[in-house]
Ligand binder design. Structure first.
Ligand SMILES: [Zn+2]
Length: 101
């Protein structure tokens, strides 16, 4: 007989969730591995959500590729945005240093 790692109630081998407290009993099947969980993680962590996408057993492989592509696009966009901000700051610094010429 297995027991729940959180509340130590006896659980069945075939249960995905603890009947007493609702904890996920299989790796890769918690809330974070659902579509909603992954979208939430992607918003908070950006590209760092990618390992969770591939550990998930709840979403299909095509869905994993879609998330991977979206996260890659997000990463490219973020790098571009940071680069633009960097250029703007350089311009601003030059204007301050070279003001009057
Ligand atoms: Zn439990």
């Amino acid at each position: 007989m297995k027991e729940c790692p959180r509340c130590h109630c006896p659980v069945d081998e075939t249960d995905n969730y603890c009947r007493a407290c609702g904890r996920s009993l299989r790796p890769g099947t918690g809330f974070l591995f659902t579509h909603s969980g992954i979208i939430l993680l992607a918003v908070v962590l950006g590209p760092f959500a990618l390992p969770v996408v591939w550990m998930s057993k709840l979403i299909s492989t095509p869905a994993k590729w879609i998330y991977t592509a979206l996260l890659a696009l997000l990463t490219v966009y973020l790098i571009h945005a940071f680069y633009q901000a960097y250029l703007l700051m350089q311009d601003a610094a030059q204007m301050m240093l070279g003001g009057g010429f």
